[in-house]
Structure formats: structure tokens, C-alpha cells
Design a protein. Structure first.
Lengths: 629, 194
């Protein structure tokens, strides 16, 4: 087996098939990054997987999952003003959490250098929106680079690190989902490991680092603007921006990132290829380069995913410089939406210049077939919890979802969770829903990792302001949705064992006494507890606890532990279908005759289903301790 | 030999699509072909549709295959075979699918009918698609269905220019210990037997 960790720290150059997320880690090592921080979120968790694949004693990177993206940004910032090159990475919406810290960074002299890696998610493949984080670069006066392939992710990371150190300003590397996850051969350079430097270089003379009141803030902002202007000069001659010259005086296209790759696929089919200006530096705009390019064409299309970030600037530039080129940006709302995949780019180009591309025969007819959204795993404690809590609720009651695996409770047939904003919103939103509301009970859901990430302020607010709702804390002992990362409650971090921070005691410390803690498999107890809590006044918490079974089964499998045998359906089954229509474990399938059958490849023998059958027709031969309620 | 082939792999989260796709990418690389690809694995959650694109040849810039443009669709499950066939396979392309069934919720809830192998055959016939149905064999571990499928692809030379040896080299890159031994021995025995 090729050991990824060894490949990443090899002093020799090599060519490897890696995804964009992995390529960045080699970039970190070659650049001399020392401190890396993050909070897990798609599409970036594989960056952490690559870092932690490096043997501990040989890893030049200190890495941590911080409690949230804001803290992660602060840790990376602190390391950098102490002289150590740092990197923080997280998903698109993570930047909203980090924003309070992030917007200050341009004002600061980050002497060690700092690269901020963002995993934006056009198409909202795994996020609650498809926000365009390029706007944040402008808001914070920070440069932003955008790669379109894993190879570019690797080279641009190194360039970002170098530029950041040179200008003592953070540089953002903006990735998008299918650049993070694209795989290709990437050629790595050689690398000479340097001894780890433990010196502390923090010095207030490098600052000031205290931005307070007009007198101090304005000079810092002025310096940020000056640095950005200098960066813009560099951008004009940077090799990160490239022109593909097809000798077309009529048509030019300005694009960047993944849409550039899509565009190249699409123009393969064109006999009249437009010239292409591919931007690698997307903020600040390389003004001379762009002005020259638009001047040389009769019409220029701005092909950019999501918002009209570049379009606005290019149009302003053309106006300022009196350039009469026709600049074509977004033409309808569709152009603002979704990933710019090759087929989307094809449609956009056809709309822009109808004669440029051959008319495609219609793609294969898309016959409808049953959708298969993500679902809770067999044996998932959340399924038991949702099934039990649902029995305690009136259909008129209001349920508030949060982010995590338990978000899947919103789906058929559970329908637990009717409103969702973002990480940790549930307690705040539930509090608001409970005001001027005498008739409908309010229930909020929250996961254990999110509890530490952004859940606590909402919980403390519920105590502080005497709110009246029930919180179901779904505790599966891990950050499951993003691939089982640790959190402060589990007793270890990526570097080794830690003291557990027990959720129950944290809640007690806040002064919450109305807490019930129940194994999520104990469905009857959970239903009774929920019924009781819902009749009580004030803020009540039920901790529905069960380890993530996907994680547990993987651990058992790795240790060679035998798994319990699958459940069986006995002759008592009267085809009531409660196991499918209410509990809906994917294990239960139906055969041609309509009988329930257990899918042996799926059932993990947990037995949490047994109690859901009204005719007791589910036979569980090896009941687990938790499953016997 | 210049190869140009777009391969769309589809299945249910938890079936090992990621491994299968990376084995094919690496095998193509060992065979000396330019190759790129991507998984759609936003959520580490199992149970939803998961797909992967593998693009062999210098024509490929984007890692994504356009709908209706794949030369080969490899499906690890029957319902996903129909989905992949409908969404990505070109007319006259090839479908290889492992004939196991993980029923989607709507089917289990009786809101939609059960899919039959004949449905897939009819769709293939209508669009001149070559169909290979892999009938499940008894496996010691259902997680190795992806390797059983890989053995069929190798045996029938469905990706021209990539030999069983290339696939084995790729497996060697990605697995170790018992897992490697088990997968390699299954791969070899199926190639010998098929």
C-alpha cells in the first residue's frame, strides 16, 4: 500500500494521483507551514485526513480541530503573529462563523504568513446555501486565489504562502467542491525539511495589533488598502493568470476556477474558439491585464459561477477607461444558480453566442427513477430517538432542526424538524417560536459536536431569558456527518487523549436542572420522558444518547469482532409495515409478494427495530445491552 | 493505444464506490493514460446515491462527465443502474451492473413499484446499449461486491488497454494486509472462473 503520509513528507519529488484537498497538504509542507487549524465541513475534511495520515513523529505540521471556525482562525492568526506560517481551512459557511475574527485580519501584520483555505460549495452539494465567499475577500481587503485543478491547488497554495509572507497579509485560497475532490496526477517538487523553530517572534512593534477608535483603526485600514494595491500590481504580471489565445478578435471569455475546466470541455466542440483569460488571482482584479483583454475583443463574456463578482468590476473598469467592448455578464437568474458544470457552461454559451457551438442532439431522455437521498444508517440512534419523540408530539407542535446527521430527521417518514438555518441555531430559533405562543409546544434538536461549536450561546440564552421549550440533545459521541472527527466531549483530539468535557456537567454548571438522559434505543422511556418534559414549564433538556453505529461497526470490523446476526421476521408478521412506514430502517425491504424481508447486507443486528413492531414479529437473536427496553 | 473513455460509476453510499473509482483511475494511470476524476461525496453519510466520474484521455478537462455522454456506466446496485443509465450513459454505450437491490424508501413505502431486471434490459435495448448484468456470487463479505464487479470489467476488457495487472497494481497502492489479500484473491479467482 502506498502510504499517503509518507508520500506527503517525502523529500523527493514525485508524481501522484491525489485529490485537490490532498495536494494542498503537500503544498503546506513544501511551504514550511507549521500550524494548521480547522473545523470539519464538506468539501474540506480530506485535508485533515491527509495531514493526520502523516506519521506523528515526522509531521512538521501541528494540526487541530478547533471548537469552531472562529476559534480555528484565531489559533492560526496567533501562530502567525508569533512568526509561524499558518493555515486555517473550513467550508463555505464556516466563514460566517469565523467572520468576526476574519474581517480584522487585513488590518493585522501577520509576520509569519497565513493562508485561509475556503471550501466553497456551488450547487450546495453539502451545505445550507451556495454563498459566494469572494465577497468576503472584498469586505476584508484580502487577496484571493482560485485554482481550477488539483495541480493548481498545489502550486497556488505555495504561491499564496509566499505572497502572504512577503506582504505580511493573509491570503485566501478559494477552492470549490469539485476542485477539492477532483483527482489527477500532480507532480510534487522536492522538499528539504527544516528544523522546527520554537522561537517566539511576537512583537508589538510589528503592530499595532490593537484596532480601537478612529485614531488607530484608520491607519490600519489605510495599510490594508495599500497592501492590496501593491498586490494588484503583482497580479497584473502574475503567471497565475493565463491567456489562451485562439486569435479571435471577436469573442473573449473571462473565467476562473472549475468553470474554466468546463469551458475547455465545451469549446472542444466549437469551430470558432473564443480567446480565454483565465484568472488565478480573483481579488484584487488584475486591472491592466483585464483592460487589455477586453480592449482586444468586440464582445467579452464573463463566465463566473454564482454571483456577478467579477462582472461588476469589469464593467466598472470598462466604463472608467472608456472601453466600448460589449461586456456580457449574467443574463438571467439561472446564471446565478448552481455549479458551472460542462453542461451548464454549454447552455450559457449557447445563450450568449448561439452560433458558436454545434447544436447537440438532446441528451438521453431522463426517465424518472425513485430518488435516493442520504438517510440515517441502520442502527442509528437518531432513528430510534426521532421515532420515540414523534409519539410524544402533537402534529401541531413545532420542531426545530439543526446541522448534523440528525438533520436527516426532517425527511420522510420522521418529519422531525421543520425549520433549519445553520450550525447551532436551534435553541435561539426555538426560543423565538415559543414567544406569544400558548398553543403549540416547541422542540429543538441539537447534536453533540454542534453543542460545543455554536450551540452553547443559544442554550445559555434560554436559561438567562427564561425561555419555554424542550431541547433534545442527540449525542452520538462524534462529529458523524463529516466523517467521525472528535470533539471536546469525546476524550481525544487528533493528537491524542484529552480530558472529556461532559455535556451533562456543562449543562449543570450553567444551572440547568431539568435534564433527562436516556439511551436513544430505549424508545418507550424516551417517549414517556418527552411527554413529561413537554408538560413542564421552562427550558427542559433530554439527552438522547447512543454511539454512532457506523463508527462503532467500523471499529468492531477493524478489531475483527464478530457482529451480531441480522434480525429475522417471524410468521407473526401481519404486514402492518410499521418497521418501514414509521421506523424506516433501510434494512427492511419488501419482496414481490409484499412480505417484509431483512436485507442481510445492511442489517447490523442492533435490534433497535424490535420494539417498533406491533405484532412482535422481529426476532433478534443476539440482543445488545442497549436494545432491550 | 490512444484511449478516450468517460466512465460514470454509481451506487449507494457504503458500497465502496470511492475505492472502485480510485482503483480504475490508478489502473488507467499505470496503463499510461491521462486520467482525471471526481467523487460526489459531500456527506460522509451512507445510504444516498453516490457517483463518481472517471475520464480517461486527453480530451477531458473537467472532472465531471456531461449527462448523456458516458461511454460506460458501472453500477453497484440495480436501481442506481437505471438512474446512471438514464442520466449519464450515451446511446450505444455499455452498462455493467451488479444485480443486488437496496430498495429506495419510496419503493419500500409502496409508493413506487419494484424495479425488475427486465426494465433495465428494455431500456438498454431501446437505446442500443450493451448490457452486462453481474449475478451476485456468494461473497465472504458483501463489502467486496465492488471487487467482484471490477473482476468482470477486467475479464471482459471493458476498459481497453487496462489489464488485470494494472488493476492489481492499483489495488496494491490502496490496500494492505488482510484486506488486500482478500480482495486480490477474490479478484483473481473471479477472473479465472468467469
Amino acid at each position: 500500500m502506498k502510504k499517503l503520509g509518507n508520500v506527503l513528507i517525502s523529500p523527493y519529488g514525485s508524481t501522484e494521483i491525489v485529490m485537490g484537498n490532498t495536494a494542498i497538504v503537500r503544498g503546506m509542507i513544501e511551504s514550511g507551514v507549521r500550524v494548521v487549524t480547522s473545523y470539519p465541513g464538506s468539501p474540506t475534511p480530506e485535508i485533515a485526513a491527509a495531514i493526520t495520515a502523516i506519521p506523528k513523529d515526522k509531521n512538521p505540521l501541528y494540526f487541530e480541530f478547533s471548537t469552531n471556525e472562529k476559534v480555528a482562525t484565531e489559533v492560526a492568526f496567533g501562530a502567525s503573529i508569533n512568526g509561524h506560517l499558518s493555515t486555517v481551512f473550513f467550508k463555505s459557511v464556516g466563514l460566517n462563523v469565523a467572520a468576526d475574527t476574519f474581517v480584522q485580519l487585513g488590518h493585522m501584520e501577520v509576520i509569519g504568513g497565513m493562508v485561509i483555505v475556503l471550501g466553497d460549495d456551488p450547487g450546495a452539494n453539502s451545505s445550507q446555501n451556495e454563498q459566494d465567499n469572494r465577497h468576503y475577500a472584498r469586505l476584508a481587503y484580502l487577496p484571493m486565489l482560485e485554482p481550477s485543478t488539483p495541480t493548481e491547488a498545489y502550486t497556488m497554495f505555495k504561491e499564496a504562502a509566499q505572497l502572504s509572507k512577503k506582504r505580511c497579509m493573509p491570503v485566501i485560497l478559494r477552492m470549490t467542491t469539485h476542485v477539492c475532490h477532483a483527482k489527477e496526477n500532480v507532480t510534487f517538487s522536492s522538499w528539504t525539511p527544516l528544523p522546527l523553530d520554537h522561537s517566539s517572534c511576537f512583537n508589538v512593534d510589528n503592530g499595532p495589533y490593537i484596532p480601537l477608535t478612529t485614531k488607530l483603526v484608520l491607519p490600519l485600514k489605510r495599510r490594508a488598502l495599500e497592501k492590496l494595491a501593491q498586490f494588484s500590481v503583482d497580479a497584473d504580471t502574475s503567471s497565475l493568470n493565463t491567456i489562451i489565445n485562439n486569435n479571435n478578435p471577436l469573442y473573449g471569455i473571462i473565467t476562473m476556477g472549475a468553470p474554466f475546466q468546463s469551458l475547455q470541455d465545451v469549446v472542444e466542440e466549437s469551430s470558432l474558439k473564443p480567446d480565454i483569460l483565465k484568472l488565478g488571482i480573483i481579488h484584487p482584479l488584475p486591472k491592466y491585464l483585464v483592460a487589455d483583454f477586453i480592449r482586444q475583443h468586440k464582445e467579452v463574456k464573463i463566465l463566473e459561477e454564482l454571483d456577478d463578482f467579477i462582472e461588476q468590476q469589469v464593467k466598472a473598469l470598462a466604463y472608467d477607461q472608456g472601453i466600448s467592448t460589449k461586456i456580457i455578464g449574467k443574463q438571467d437568474y439561472e446564471d446565478w444558480l448552481n455549479e458551472y458544470t460542462p453542461e451548464k457552461v454549454y447552455k450559457i454559451l449557447q445563450k450568449t453566442w448561439p452560433h458558436l457551438l454545434p447544436n447537440k442532439k438532446n441528451a438521453a431522455p431522463f426517465l424518472h427513477w425513485s430518488p435516493r437521498p442520504a438517510q440515517l444508517c441502520p442502527g442509528c440512534g437518531h432513528r430510534s430517538a426521532f421515532h420515540a419523540i414523534k409519539q410524544a408530539l402533537d402534529p401541531n407542535d413545532i420542531t426545530v432542526a439543526d446541522i448534523g446527521c440528525h438533520t436527516l430527521g426532517i425527511m420522510e417518514p420522521y418529519h422531525m424538524g421543520q425549520v433549519l438555518l445553520c450550525m447551532g441555531h436551534s435553541c435561539g430559533t426555538a426560543a423565538g417560536l415559543s414567544l406569544f405562543n400558548n398553543s403549540r409546544k416547541v422542540v429543538a434538536f441539537l447534536g453533540d459536536s454542534t453543542f460545543f461549536h455554536a450551540g452553547l450561546p443559544g442554550i445559555i440564552n434560554a436559561v438567562f431569558n427564561h425561555h419555554n421549550f424542550t431541547l433534545i440533545l442527540l449525542d452520538n459521541g462524534t462529529t458523524a456527518m463529516t466523517g467521525h472527527q472528535s470533539h471536546p466531549g469525546v476524550g481525544y483530539n487528533v493528537n491524542g487523549p484529552t480530558e472529556k468535557i461532559p455535556i451533562r456537567q456543562v449543562l449543570n454548571g450553567i444551572g440547568i436542572t431539568n435534564i433527562r438522559e436516556i439511551d436513544a434505543y430505549a424508545q418507550n422511556h424516551l417517549t414517556e420522558a418527552a411527554k413529561a418534559a413537554l408538560t413542564e414549564k421552562g427550558f427542559k433538556i433530554i439527552i438522547a444518547k447512543h454511539p454512532c453505529m457506523l463508527k462503532l461497526m467500523k471499529e468492531h470490523h477493524a478489531k475483527g469482532k464478530p457482529l451480531p446476526s441480522p434480525v429475522e421476521i417471524t410468521d407473526d408478521c401481519n404486514q402492518n409495515y410499521a418497521c418501514i412506514s414509521g421506523f424506516a430502517c433501510p434494512t427492511f425491504q419488501r419482496n414481490d409478494e409484499g412480505a417484509i424481508v431483512v436485507h442481510k447486507d445492511l442489517c447490523i443486528g442492533d435490534g433497535s427495530c424490535k420494539q417498533t413492531c406491533p405484532t412482535k414479529a422481529i426476532l433478534h437473536k443476539h440482543p445488545t445491552k442497549e436494545g432491550n427496553s | 493505444m490512444p484511449v478516450k473513455m468517460d466512465i460514470y460509476i454509481i451506487g449507494v453510499g457504503g458500497q465502496g464506490i470511492g475505492l472502485l473509482s480510485e482503483v480504475i483511475i490508478r489502473a488507467a494511470d499505470y496503463a499510461g493514460f491521462p486520467v482525471r476524476g471526481t467523487d460526489t461525496h459531500g456527506l460522509a453519510q451512507r445510504g444516498g446515491t453516490v457517483s463518481s466520474c472517471v475520464r480517461i484521455g486527453s480530451h477531458a478537462h473537467s472532472a465531471l462527465i456531461q449527462t448523456g455522454c458516458a461511454d460506460l456506466v458501472i453500477a453497484l446496485e440495480k436501481n442506481e443502474a437505471l438512474r446512471g443509465l438514464n442520466s449519464h450513459l450515451r446511446d450505444g454505450g455499455t452498462l455493467i451492473y451488479y444485480d443486488t437491490q437496496w430498495q429506495p424508501l419510496q419503493v419500500r413505502l409502496k409508493k413506487e413499484r419494484l424495479l425488475k431486471s427486465e426494465d433495465i434490459s428494455a431500456a438498454c435495448q431501446y437505446r442500443s446499449i450493451l448490457e452486462y448484468q453481474i449475478v451476485p456470487t456468494k461473497l465472504s463479505n458483501p463489502k467486496m461486491q465492488n471487487i467482484a464487479l471490477l473482476a468482470s470489467i477486467a475479464k471482459h476488457n471493458k476498459i481497453p488497454g487496462i489489464t488485470p495487472l494494472h488493476y492489481e497494481l492499483a489495488l496494491n497502492d490502496l490496500l494492505e494486509g488482510n484486506k488486500l489479500d482478500n480482495n486480490l484473491s477474490l479478484f483473481r479467482s473471479l477472473i479465472a472462473a468467469l
